[in-house]
Write a protein that binds this ligand. Structure first.
Ligand code: GLV
Ligand code: MN
Ligand code: MN
Length: 396
């Protein structure tokens, strides 16, 4: 908690109490400064890659088979204090505990702050880790635009970074294992009666932009049967998404919406709506998104409007490394649980043995200001992560 305190006000909206820490915003820049200071204080060597990922090395920064820790500092709009930052401060706290006891890691231990994990600004989740891993093409990333129409290339250049440096990262080839600690986004650990758990899997998930187009006209002078109002097809799509996802035991959310031109007394010309959908299996997810798309098309045709659907960010199912998962679950005597939330650990898991530790969240709420974890549980998370580093980076 004392490590989170200095950043408690950074990017915090006074009205909602939520954090607005989108990638490369003023808040994000302040958090990067804070991260650099924390690294310096511990004698860690700070390196920033071409994608904005910050890496604080304990041990040679050109060393091999590193043990990577950390998480991210950016947030969704009006996010909570823990999603991301808890993993970063717990990693620093684990380093503190080990440095205090005179532990000398047999392999480099690295604390990461991954850039743009939430994808709140440019639409693609885990952009920093995907770029580093070669899972997102630099040209595509640099051309992504934010809500103000600024490209990622313009934004990183304005922050003094070189767009030409964006892309696969050499340092990642020198990482042997990644363990990301994160607040749980659900209540499994409450049911298990455990402060800390180990992740087994991440549901496949993605984001699709639905672009409904109709005909702008006067709200008073246009009779109802003569309208081509794109909001109608959008509304039908939202209802279909809830029905279809509920029936499939899956998830479908329209959390972001732009209605153009946005006049109270005008029928809109366009609605852009972003679907976030997740399911237990990849085929189930594909089927669900196809069914929601079909419902949107039928509704649009009925109104003489149109809809186009574009996939913006799709993440396959992740099964974390079974050997590492079992090793950590045994070491910590912790329950094993899957999650519906996405993480940089999921992006890196096809490349190297990767694991996640979850810290109990009493209400399960996340991506909202009321996201919470108890101090004692956070301390248990640090203890668990410390034990993991001792185990994975101890003298062989
Ligand atoms: C990230 O937290 C996500 O699951 O979208
Ligand atoms: Mn998140
Ligand atoms: Mn997160």
């Amino acid at each position: 908690m004392s490590l989170l305190a200095p950043i408690a006000d950074v990017g915090r909206h006074p009205g909602t109490g939520g954090y607005r820490r989108s990638a490369w915003s003023d808040a994000d820049m302040a958090l990067r400064e804070w991260f650099a200071g924390e690294a310096r204080q511990r004698g860690l060597v700070l390196v920033e890659d071409g994608n904005g990922n910050q890496l604080a090395w304990w041990g040679a920064e050109d060393g091999h088979d590193a043990l990577l820790l950390g998480s991210h500092l950016d947030s969704v709009p009006d996010g909570g204090a823990y999603d991301g930052p808890l993993g970063v401060v717990s990693s620093f706290a684990a380093v503190d505990a080990l440095q205090r006891e005179g532990f000398r890691p047999a392999r480099p231990v690295v604390v990461a702050n991954f850039a743009d994990e939430e994808g709140a600004r440019f639409g693609v989740a885990c952009a920093g880790s995907r770029l580093a891993a070669g899972a997102l093409a630099p040209e595509r990333a640099l051309a992504l635009t934010d809500r103000d129409g600024r490209t990622m290339a313009e934004v990183v250049r304005a922050r003094g970074r070189d767009p030409l440096a964006v892309g696969p990262a050499e340092w990642l080839t020198r990482v042997g294992t990644f363990v990301e600690l994160h607040v749980e986004q659900g209540r499994s650990l409450v049911h298990d009666g455990a402060a800390v758990g180990v992740a087994s899997a991440i549901w496949p998930h993605g984001r699709w932009r639905f672009d409904f187009r109709g005909e702008a006209n006067h709200a008073g002078a246009t009779p109802m049967p003569d309208r081509h109002d794109p909001v109608q097809a959008f509304a039908a799509t939202v209802l279909a998404a809830r029905r279809l996802a509920t029936a499939a035991g899956a998830r479908a959310t329209f959390g972001r919406l732009d209605v153009e031109p946005g006049g109270t007394n005008a029928i809109p010309s366009r609605v852009q709506a972003w679907l976030d959908s997740r399911a237990a299996g990849e085929a189930d997810l594909a089927e669900l998104v196809a069914a929601i798309t079909a419902a949107a098309q039928t509704a649009a045709e009925d109104d003489g409007t149109s809809v186009e659907v574009v996939a913006e960010s799709v993440s396959p199912a992740v099964s974390f490394d079974a050997g590492l998962r079992d090793r950590l679950a045994t070491l910590l005597d912790a329950p094993v649980l899957p999650t519906g939330a996405g993480h940089d650990a999921g992006v890196l898991s096809p490349l190297l043995p990767t694991a996640m530790l979850f810290v109990r969240n009493p209400t399960g709420v996340s991506h909202a200001p009321s996201e919470f974890a108890d101090d004692d549980d956070c301390a248990a998370g640090v203890e668990a992560l410390t034990a993991v580093v001792r185990d994975l980076a101890g003298a062989s």
